[in-house]
Design a protein around this ligand. Sequence first.
Ligand code: FA5
Length: 345
Amino acid sequence: MDDVLERLEQLRKEAEEALAQASTREESEAWYSRYLGRKGAITQVMRTLGKLPPELRPVVGRTANQLKAQLESLLKERQEAIAQAEIEAALSAEGVDVTLPGRPQSVGKLHPTTAILREIYRIFGQMGFQVYDAPEVETDEYNFELLNIPEGHPARDMWDTFYTTTPGLILRTHTSPGQIHAMREYAPEPIRVILPGKCYRHEDVTARSEMMFYQVEGLAVGERITFSDLKGVLVSFAEQMFGEGRRLRFRKSYFPFTEPSVEVDVDCVLCGGKGCRVCKYTGWLEILGAGMVNPVVLKNGGYDPARYTGFAFGMGPERIAMLKYGIDDIRYFYTNDVRFLERVG
Ligand code: FA5
C-alpha cells in the first residue's frame, strides 16, 4: 500500500511541476492527457485499485480521488492564467505604435458661395457696413410695390417669381425688399448695411442663371451721400475682391427703385478682356446692379427725400465666384457634386 501512496505522492509533485511549465492551451491539454486523461498516469493508478487488498482500497481510492480533484482545479486555474496572458499578448501586439506615420486627415472646404460671402462681409465690414437679415418669404408689397414697382408695371417682367398658396406672399426675387425693412427700422438715423441671402426667380436655368441664387444688397442712407460715394465704394470693393488693376465699367441702366441706375461689369478675369465663352465674347462680366435710392423708396422707408439721399446695389456672389475661380457654369453650385467643392476655391 505504501508503494501506491508513494507513487501517488510522486505523481502529485511531478504533475504540479509539469503544469507550472505549461504556457499554452495546447501544452495544458497535453498535460491533462498525460496525468488525468483516460490513459493518464493517475487514471492508471486508479485502475490498479481492484488488485489491492479490500481493506486498503478505501484509503488509496480516497487519496487518488482527492489528488485528481486537486489537479483538476489547478488545471482550471492554469488555463485561466494562460487565457489572460493570451489576451494581454494580443492587446499589446495590436497596441498603438506611436512611431508609425499618422494618417492624414482630409480637410473640408468652404462652398465657393460661402467663401465669397465671407469675403464680401469682410470687405464691407471694413467700410463700416453691418450685416442685416431680411426675410426670404416676402409680401408682394415689399418685393415690388414699396420699391416703386406697382401691379402691372413692366419691370415686373424682369422678376418672374414663385407664389406661395397664401395670396400676396411670394419668394423674394431680389434682396432689395430688405432695404425697406432696414429703413423702417433705422429711420431717421443714417444707415450703412449689407443684406445677404437667397433669392428665387422663375426663369430658364442656363450657364449664367439659376432659379435659386444669392444676392448681397448694399444700402447707405444719409444727408450728403452722392453717386461718387457709390462709385468709390464699388471700386474699392472690386479692387479688394479681384485684386488691383481690374477695370470696372459702369453702364447706364434702369431699376424702378434707383435713379439714376447703373449696371457694373468687371473686365473678364478668364480671358483678360479679350472675349470668351463666359463673357459672351464681350470682355466684360456683369456683377451687380446699383444706383441712387429713388426718392419714392426713401419716402416709403420713412426718410424725407428732401433731406436724405442714399445709394444701393445688389450683387451676385455666384457670379463673383465664377469670375474669381474661373467657373464656367453656375449649375455646378447647387448640384451637390463633391468634386466641384474639392476643385474650386
Ligand atoms: C436686381 O435684382 C436688383 N435688385 C439689383 C439692385 C439693387 C439694383 C439695388 C439697384 C439697387 P438684377 O436682376 O440685375 O438686379 O440682379 C442683380 C445681380 O444678381 C446680377 O448682376 C447677378 O449678379 C445676380 N443675378 C440675377 N439673376 C441671377 C440668376 N438667375 N442667377 C444667378 N445670379 C443672378
